[in-house]
Design a protein around this ligand. Sequence first.
Ligand code: NI
Length: 270
Amino acid sequence: MAQEITLCREIRFTTEGGASAGASGNSFAGNPISHHFSPVLILRVGLLGRMDAGTGMLMNIRQVDQNVRGNLLPAIRQYAGDLTAAAILQHLWPIAAPGFMPAKLQSLEIAASPWLQHRIVYGDRAMIELTERFEFSAAHRLHSPQLTDQENADLFGKCNNPHGHGHNYELEVTVCGPIGADGTIIPPATFHEIINRLVINRMDHKNLNVQLAEFRALNPTVENIAANIFQTLSSAFAPPVRLKRVRLWETPKTSCQIEAAAAGSNGENQ
Ligand code: NI
C-alpha cells in the first residue's frame, strides 16, 4: 500500500460573483479576473491520500478546483459580508470534505492578505489557527561572553562588529482557539495590542544588546530572540486561546521557528 502524502492547492479568487466566478476567472495562470475593484483572497486546500500509481496523482487538481469553485466559493461569497474568516472556515468544512473524496481533507486556509491567515485542520475542527505577520527593525551584535574576543571574531565574522548592525525582522505568530461569541479566536485589536506591547514596542528600533536587559549577557542570535519572544508570548493569551508557533525571520534566508508542545488532544472528531 502506497504511503499517504499531502497535496496542496491554492485557489485565488475575489468575492465578486458573476463572470469572474467562473472557471475563466482563474485558469491555470491563477490570476482571478475582477471587473470591479475587488481584493484578491486565497483559499489553500490540504489533502491527504495515496498516489494513484497509474496517474501519478493523489487527485487531479481540476477536481480540487471544481469542488472549490462549484461549492466553496459560492458559500464564501454568501457569508463574506456577515461572518468572520474563522466562522466561514467552520461552515466550509462539511461542504468541502465530500467533494475531495477519496482524499481526506486535511486543512483549509483562508489568506485575507499576505500577512493574515486563518486555518482549520483535520482532527479538532472546533479550533481555528490564526497566523499574522508583524515587522520590526533592530540592531544587534553577535557576541558570546563565554568566548574570547578573537574566538568571537572568528566565529561570528562581521556579525561581531563592535558597533553592531541592523535587521528588518519579520515575526509570524500563530495562536489557536475556539471561535468566541464575536466570531473571532481573539479580537484583532486585542491580538495586536498584545504583540505590540510585548514584542514590537520592546524591540522595534532598539539596540538589543544594549537596551534589552535579557540580551546583555545572552547572545541575541535569531534563535535566542525567537526563544525570548516565544517565552514572552506563551503566557500572554487568555485560555482557551494559546500560542501555537512563533517564527522569526532575521533575513529572507534565515528564520527560526519554535512550536508549542501539543496541547491535550480532544481526539479526532472528524
Ligand atoms: Ni545580524
